[in-house]
Ligand binder design. Structure first.
Ligand code: UT7
Length: 331
């Protein structure tokens, strides 16, 4: 009997309407379009403006888009994972709310947080439930409302992040398509370089902390940049080497959109032509858990059954890694 592999069989996405351009940011902090474009590749990002709407709003929209496109009955979904670094609230799962609202009433659900690697790690988790034969329909959603943890007075972070969501469905495949291999790692000594310090259990929010903006995300950009370049590229190289792949065998690099220069450096390390590098950072900025599924959504029509995709991500924690996946359908 052939081994069951876990394939992505559908993609959905959602980004909010409001477009925060570099020109608007120029009116908010001391920055300019030329600097942002040259240093990050970002031209604009989407922001969820509506009061009281959190990450679940984005997640539900992306999931509904997938359900409609694929024409599935949400009652057939058995597990909903919401990969996110910005849950709706501390004490109630975003995934449970999302699953109920999309009508996945026969599913169990949970949130998964590994900062910018949440979706990548979620792919691994979703695939295991399928490969083991436990479930046949696992919905993985990557969603983040980064604007809820960005300090719009801090030019080092507010130019980077945006809001968005993407969703994929994992199903069993008997043609050996889907997830092939993974290399995932964490190093907690990187925690000090990228964090939102206050508002968690170590340092609960205080009026003083909020006044000083210590509940917002802070990063030491250069250190994160160096670690991201090294580790994302290193993980991608491992995927190629371990699976005896050359750059000619790879059709697409699907890399976390944190900074165009980090993605380019990863592509260079595996000698990949620009045409094979998925890129949409100019439109959305860094949407944390949503970058990878938003790429799949934007490039879905160009993907062909059997294409070899190398996923790579790096983020706070530090958490990083790479996944090798064979695409399972023509759209
Ligand atoms: O998703 C995973 C987590 N995040 C990342 O992967 C982000 C990784 N880091 C980065 O992408 C980059 O480090 C940044 C985009 C955040 C910053 O780019 P950089 O090339 O590392 O710039 P820098 O921090 O070294 O700053 C260079 C200069 C500084 O001025 P001086 O000291 O040379 O006079 C900064 O003050 O640019 C200045 N600067 C800015 N200037 C205009 C910093 N931010 C801005 C800005 N606009 N927004």
């Amino acid at each position: 009997m052939s081994k069951i592999s876990a394939a992505i069989t559908a993609v959905g996405a959602y980004v909010p309407e409001f477009v925060l351009t570099n020109q608007i940011l120029e009116t908010m902090v001391d920055t300019n379009d030329e600097w942002i474009t040259a240093r990050t590749g970002i031209k604009e990002r989407r922001i969820l403006k509506d009061d009281g709407k959190g990450t679940s709003f984005l997640a539900i929209k992306a999931a509904q888009n997938l359900i409609e496109k694929k024409g599935i009955d949400p009652k057939d979904i058995e597990l909903v994972i919401v990969a996110t670094a910005t849950p709706d609230m501390k004490a109630a799962s975003t995934a449970a709310f999302t699953a109920t609202h999309i009508g996945a009433t026969n599913a169990f659900s949970f949130d998964l947080d590994a900062a910018c690697s949440s979706f990548l790690f979620g792919m691994s988790v979703a695939a295991k439930y399928i490969e083991s034969g436990t479930y046949k329909k696992v919905l993985l959603i990557g969603a983040d409302k980064m604007s809820s943890m960005v300090n719009y007075k801090d030019r080092a972070t507010c130019i980077i992040f945006g809001d968005g969501a993407g969703a994929v469905l994992f199903e069993p495949n008997n043609e050996s398509l889907g997830l092939q291999d993974e290399y995932l790692r964490s190093d907690g000594s990187g925690r000090e370089f990228l964090q939102a310090t206050y508002g968690g259990s170590s340092f609960p929010s205080t009026p003083e902390a909020i006044e000083e903006g210590k509940h917002f995300a802070f990063q030491e950009g250069k250190t994160v940049f160096k670690n991201a370049v090294f580790n994302m590229a290193d993980a991608a190289v491992k995927m190629l080497e371990r699976n005896q792949l050359t750059n000619d065998d790879i059709q697409w690099l699907v890399a976390h959109q944190a900074n165009k220069r980090i993605v380019d450096a990863t592509a260079n390390r595996i000698n990949l032509d620009d045409k094979k590098v998925m890129m949409n950072i100019h439109k959305y900025g860094n949407t944390t858990s949503a970058t990878l599924p938003l790429l799949l959504h934007d490039y879905e029509s160009q993907l062909k059954k059997g294409d070899n995709l190398i996923f790579a991500a790096f983020g706070g924690g530090f958490n990083w890694g790479s996944i090798y996946l064979k695409w399972a359908y023509n759209s």
